[in-house]
Design a protein around this ligand. Sequence first.
Ligand code: GLP
Length: 242
Amino acid sequence: MRIILAKDYEDMSQKAANLIAAQISLKPNSVLGLATGSSPIGAYQNLIESYKKGQISFAQTVSINLDEYVGLAQNSPQSYRFFMDENLFNHVDIDKNRSFVPNGLAADAKEECARYEGIIKQFGGVDLQLLGLGNNGHIGFNEPAQNFEKETHKVALTESTIKANRRFFAKEEDVPRFAYTMGIGSIIKARHIVLIASGVGKAQVLKDAFLGPVTPQLPASILQFHPNVCLVADETAMSLLI
Ligand code: GLP
């Protein structure tokens, strides 16, 4: 694993954006695996600035997002599709027909998961997967479990995740109880993984994920087995690791 130590959130965001920008400069038709949450917003802002300066283009890029809430329409402000449009896609030249997020309103969950897994395969897998880290060690919406789920699946969100994501909703009852997420197998097949973490709230889980045992009880720990992981974390997130 490569560790890039950042000073703070802004620095982490700039460094993560640099890695993504380098990926699409070197391979314009890259398949990017993208993430939501507070962690990647700054990186997306940096990418938008680089695009506006004419330094990068997403015109040939494919994006495949990690996850989506079950039950939310694409135009719901809390949906991850809406988040991606607001925080990145509406501001760059990406072809939205080639930017994928699971369909939270799909009639048949199994079919939707198979369709999504098919998209990942159709584009030859993910070149660079950006990941945030849930407080309980989840990646995408792969919650602590008995086994590592391989492929895209429907997952019941844990109380801790519902509480953590409550801040985006008017009230706790509005937070969806289920989500679609790429599986751990789908995630670790990515050729290059960039995990970002900022803030003291991520310090313990980051330490457990990289210095503790590899276990489905802490899904991010699987990243210890990936040959090409780059952790971009700021000093407070890294405070228990260094
Ligand atoms: C959500 C997303 C994850 C994300 C996590 C952490 O649960 N499904 O992909 O990594 O939040 O969010 P944050 O970056 O806001 O801490």
